[in-house]
Design a protein around this ligand. Structure first.
Ligand SMILES: *[C@@H]1O[C@H](CO)[C@@H](O)[C@H](O)[C@H]1NC(C)=O
Ligand SMILES: *[C@@H]1O[C@H](CO)[C@@H](O)[C@H](O)[C@H]1NC(C)=O
Ligand SMILES: *[C@@H]1O[C@H](CO)[C@@H](O)[C@H](O)[C@H]1NC(C)=O
Ligand SMILES: *[C@@H]1O[C@H](CO)[C@@H](O)[C@H](O)[C@H]1NC(C)=O
Ligand SMILES: *[C@@H]1O[C@H](CO)[C@@H](O)[C@H](O)[C@H]1NC(C)=O
Ligand SMILES: *[C@@H]1O[C@H](CO)[C@@H](O)[C@H](O)[C@H]1NC(C)=O
Length: 546
């Protein structure tokens, strides 16, 4: 009876509104994608994480600072007209000064999405489409390449497309552009005309809001600058380059290396305060209840925006346009909060997940993290008397302190939060809750492994070498590994200079040996002691307080 009534009601509802309600960003989706949102914020504007998580799901309005320098490889001394590409790094732009521009040929054989076909010359995909180049090729005389330098005259707004949005590839890097911003597009990844149409369509969209361009990433960050005639960009200089034939052979041999190295310096950020991100206006596919499955059985890890229904992608498009038309906020620098969390836990969790570190270090790392938040037992002769101890759940209190600590700084702007701020907060809170819960679960597991553990035991007894203790450590390590697997921080995919139980050390008063000044290097945990101070005490033996 009840279900019949419900059916009747939903039938009426369906009749009343033949088109389904648009999907909205919501907290359940933010929770379901918490780790991905966390990582997208961590990687925004950074070459390392945005290369590994190359299928971007997010759109962030960003401000490019007044005075920022940008570079363009051109075939004329003069600035281009209309729309063109700018690079953040000299080496990136130099590639387009150097390389003769030809539109690449489409891949041979039947076109099949999701099954990448090698282009006839992958190198040519690095070439930016340029209308002026075609024109100049037809004109008389020798065409020379110029490295053009530009400077912004004021703060300008760009639309940042996260991940590797400038990677012309069929594996999902273009989904946010070709399937969300322009869900009905039939642009092709390999086609230079498509790239031009894509850029033009995006410029048509964002210039309506008074924005200057689109920021994307390939090997290096770029800006699609929508109008070179705008006063927002000042032409600083054009430096003529050698013609190809006059270049030394080894220049071509070196340039991919030098380009890669220049860009690799941006793994952790663009530097120079060039770009400021308005996370309060970030719109991400991860905020919506959509299908983000992989579409290639060989790459189950490759999530795709394209997997979402057309209707859902249209809803996201409508929503993001509404958000972007609103004023900028910059309520909270969520990336700063994420960085605090990652730098606190990344190396610790890596050490704990490694079978190379001893049980003692495992327990030491764990206690270092958990006891900072866990109140030690009170004693009757304490100067400051403990409050009512019995009715408190100290573990629950500690988890709460641990999970909320880094998010507290976001609270001062809470009254101004946008829905986006709130969704990001939900995602980051979930991540912290997960980390902190797991840490205290491990502590409980290890405490229980010691015989006769009292209810208010504080330290895990490291001198117990029973098989129960070994089992508990193994069980805890499995918890860390599963946590590390789920968090999937890109910091763990970066090769490290030092082993998990070592630190790169120099003299930091009061610690540091002479060697740490003249020859800084990796120092093992058991060599970092209170006695490691020789550098600071070179001359005499006298009583000292420090
Ligand atoms: C895309 O196509 C759908 C279905 O044909 C249509 O409803 C929608 O308005 C189109 N959207 C855009 C942005 O062109
Ligand atoms: C989600 O998308 C994938 C890939 O397109 C598809 O195979 C799957 O059936 C979709 N799932 C749902 C629930 O629609
Ligand atoms: C573990 O330690 C061994 C011996 O010290 C070393 O060769 C190996 O590279 C280490 N493994 C990791 C993952 O650090
Ligand atoms: C204390 O809180 C922790 C974490 O929420 C929970 O696992 C535990 O069961 C609680 N202990 C008691 C005695 O309620
Ligand atoms: C730790 O365990 C050892 C070996 O069982 C025992 O002798 C010692 O008393 C324990 N220490 C504490 C503080 O419980
Ligand atoms: C703990 O793990 C190690 C390494 O994987 C294994 O050799 C050992 O047998 C395990 N110990 C117990 C008690 O499960």
């Amino acid at each position: 009876m009840k279900s019949l009534t419900l059916l009747a009601i939903s039938a009426v509802a369906a009749k009343a509104s033949p088109t389904a309600e648009p999907i909205r960003p919501n907290h359940d989706s933010a929770s379901a994608n918490a780790n991905r949102i966390f990582n997208a914020i961590h990687s925004a504007g950074r070459q390392w994480g945005s290369s590994l998580n190359h299928n971007g799901f997010g759109f962030i309005p960003v401000t490019l600072s007044a005075g920022a320098l940008l570079y363009h490889g051109g075939y004329s001394k003069d600035p281009p007209e209309g729309l063109e590409w700018l690079a953040f790094e000299v080496e990136h732009a130099e590639n387009f000064v150097r390389v003769p521009r030809h539109p690449p040929n489409p891949p041979k054989g039947p076109e099949h999405e999701g099954q990448p076909q090698a282009p006839s010359s992958p190198q040519k995909f690095l070439v930016q489409p340029e209308t002026e180049a075609h024109r100049d090729r037809d004109s008389e005389g020798r065409i020379r390449g110029y490295l053009q330098t530009y400077q912004t005259t004021r703060d300008v707004q760009l639309l940042y497309i996260d991940g590797s949005g400038a990677a012309k590839s069929p594996i999902g890097t273009l989904d946010s552009q070709d399937h969300v911003l322009f869900p009905n597009s039939s642009w092709q990844w390999y086609n230079i005309q498509s790239e031009m149409q894509r850029a033009t369509a995006m410029c048509d969209m964002i210039t309506k809001w008074g924005w200057a361009g689109i920021m994307r990433m390939e090997i290096g960050f770029e800006v699609i600058w929508c109008d070179f005639k705008s006063d927002d960009l000042q032409h600083e200089s054009s430096v003529r380059a050698l013609i190809q034939e006059d270049r030394l052979k080894d220049d071509d041999f070196m340039s991919p290396y030098l380009w890669t190295r220049a860009v690799a310096e941006r793994y952790d950020g663009l530097c120079g305060d060039r770009v400021k991100m308005d996370f309060s206006s970030m719109v991400s596919g991860f905020f919506f209840p959509i299908n983000i499955s992989h579409t290639d059985p060989e790459r189950p890890d490759l999530i795709r925006l394209k997997a979402a229904k057309l209707k859902h992608r249209l809803d996201i498009r409508t929503y993001l346009q509404k958000v972007f038309e609103e004023p900028r906020r910059f309520n909270v620098n969520w990336q700063g909060i994420v960085d605090m969390i990652v730098t606190r836990f990344s190396k610790r969790l890596a050490a704990m997940a490694s079978t190379n570190v001893s049980t003692d270090i495992f327990i030491g790392e764990l206690e270092g993290a958990v006891l900072a938040y866990y109140e030690a037992p009170g004693l009757p002769d304490d100067v400051t008397l403990a409050e009512d101890e019995d009715n408190r759940n100290k573990t629950a209190e500690a988890i709460d302190r641990c999970a909320t600590q880094y998010l507290k700084s976001s609270q001062s702007a809470r009254k101004d939060w946008t829905l986006q701020d709130d969704l990001i907060h939900t995602a980051l809170s979930d991540v912290m809750q997960h980390i902190c819960n797991d840490l205290y679960v491990m502590r409980t597991v290890l405490l229980r492994a010691a015989p006769d553990t009292s209810t208010d035991a504080y330290f895990i007894n490291k001198s117990i070498k029973s098989s129960d203790m070994e089992k508990a450590v193994n069980q805890s390590r499995a918890i860390v590994r599963s946590l590390v697997h789920e968090l999937a921080w890109t910091t763990w995919r970066k090769p490290q200079l030092c082993a998990e139980d070592e630190i790169l050390v120099t003299v930091m008063w009061p610690f540091g040996d002479t060697e740490d000044y003249y020859n800084p290097g990796c120092v093992s945990f058991h060599e970092i002691t209170e006695q490691r101070r020789s550098y600071w005490r070179p001359y005499e033996k006298r009583p000292r307080d420090f």
